[in-house]
Design a protein around this ligand. Sequence first.
Ligand code: SF4
Length: 187
Amino acid sequence: MTIVNDIAAPPCTREPVFRDERLYAGANELDAASRAGLGEILAQAHRRCAGCPMLVDCLYRAVVEVDVSGFVACTTEADRASIRDSLGIVVDANQSGSYGPARLGAGPVSHEAVLAARTAHPKDTCQQLAERLGCSTSTIKRHLRRARAEAEQQASALAAVADLPRRIPSVDEVLDAFDSLESSQLA
Ligand code: SF4
């Protein structure tokens, strides 16, 4: 039997640090115990992304094309929101594209299946739900976030956003905005 090491696979597909639940939680979702060590977890993930050959493409897509969950391309969700604010762009939270599935490594799971699993197992963590459904934690987070947005009746806000003229920033603009983040110097 031949064992093949896929050296081209990006770190996020093989490094355990990217599966840490704390990377997917908002600041307000973490209790004091969960926050402990978060800085080191972020630094570890940051170092791996910083050494990834896909960093520029990954960052651009995560900022401009698809609103993915968790830590991606040396940025948290808050970092990417900050970059978008500085660039004056928005991304539809429900938008889908090639970015997410390419990173998941699992088949698609329906929105209804995620909500049904959450209802049936309300105390499960996102990672446990992901294991039940055979998808990524990122997918679970994305569907739950979508459900929250719908529950909070943000449809009108999204409709207003959809009316805005769409501006497509250049790669250099995104990189400049990223460099202005304090967290970009993390590692
Ligand atoms: S830069 Fe993107 S593709 Fe590379 S390890 Fe980080 S999240 Fe994965």
